[in-house]
Design a binder for this molecule. Structure first.
Ligand code: BMA
Length: 315
């Protein structure tokens, strides 16, 4: 990694804390991000004071400050119709699907049998239609690609097997309901590596001329808990199950007090980003220490240049 960090933290971090919400909550973190009209929309994970999470919409003109919040939860658990949501909705990622002219939200539904991947659709972040579970437990950290590949949608996700590492997988579907051809995409590394044993997708894959840009979190277990850091990969544009490059080093990790102190210490956990091609800016929205929402920005061209300089994984 070059001596200059790729991502610079916004000076006004954290940008959203629980006390900003119009109703009581324990914490707000791990938001999805979307550009809707001229506005930046964040779909926040809000944990209430029972420990159950729901999703709430925040809007801002510049994506940095003056956030306007829905008056109450925007998408709350509906366990009577969706028993898989009994313990909450967590960690959303949103993808605009031009073919369907709607946003698809992939979120973690916390069921009695563990977390699983569920899908919901929205056109305006005001009304939401559930598509139901896409992956059984345990599975999380999912996002859709915006378009089909040879007629099929593709979903990145992270199952947790009973034994062995938790790798990032990609699966395919003709209808967003029936999923198959499950393939390991980005395996966790082993031993002392920063991303040993457990990795998971961050924001949805971002289409660039050079390939799909992917950010993922890697978990490093230490005597005082787990450190959540972020690495990058680039996937082939037409065959997104092919990894062209993967960073050896993490590009972003907990450093500031609001990332090191909170409900879960030592965590940066991005679930959304917005690319502004005109300004050559990539805005990364992340949960800090499972407590607040923070923002870091990078030059998109530098991120691409960096990931292109990273090693090509052995086939
Ligand atoms: C992961 C998810 C995230 C959380 C992270 C750190 O497993 O549950 O929601 O931010 O752990 O606690």
């Amino acid at each position: 990694m070059s001596s200059e960090p790729l991502f610079a933290r916004f000076s006004g971090n954290p940008i959203i804390v629980a006390a900003d919400l119009p109703y009581p909550a324990n914490s707000v973190f791990n938001p999805a991000a979307a550009r809707v009209g001229g506005e930046t929309v964040l779909l926040l994970r809000v944990e209430d004071r029972r420990g159950i999470s729901h999703l709430t919409v925040a809007r801002s003109d510049d994506g940095r400050a003056n956030w306007r919040f829905d008056a109450g939860p925007s998408l709350r658990p509906a366990p009577d119709r969706h028993p898989e949501e009994v313990w909450g909705l967590e960690d959303p990622r949103v993808t605009w699907l031009p073919e369907r002219e709607e946003w698809l939200i992939a979120y973690t539904a916390y069921s009695k049998l563990g977390p699983l991947v569920s899908l919901a659709a929205t056109r305006d972040f005001r009304s939401f239609t559930r598509l139901g579970p896409a992956m059984p437990p345990e599975d999380k950290d999912a996002a859709l690609f915006p378009r089909r590949f040879s007629g099929r949608w593709a979903l990145i996700h992270r199952p947790s097997p009973l034994v062995g590492p938790s790798d990032i997988w990609v699966s395919f579907s003709p209808d967003l309901k029936h999923w198959g051809d499950h393939t390991v995409l980005l395996p966790a590394r082993a031993g002392a590596w920063w991303d040993a044993g457990k990795v998971g997708l961050g924001p949805p894959p971002l289409e660039t001329a050079q390939g799909w840009l992917v950010a993922y979190h890697g978990v490093h277990r230490t005597a005082s808990g787990s450190l959540y850091r972020v690495g990058l990969a680039l996937l082939d544009l037409e065959q997104p199950w092919v990894v062209l490059h993967r960073s050896d080093e993490w590009v972003f990790g907990p450093a500031e007090p609001y990332e090191r102190i909170g409900d879960v210490v030592g965590v940066v956990f991005p679930c959304g980003w917005i690319a502004d091609a005109e300004r050559d800016e990539l805005r990364l929205y992340y949960g800090a220490a499972d407590s607040t929402v923070a923002l870091a920005t990078a030059r998109l061209s530098e991120v691409i240049e960096y990931v292109l300089s990273c090693p090509r994984p052995a086939p």
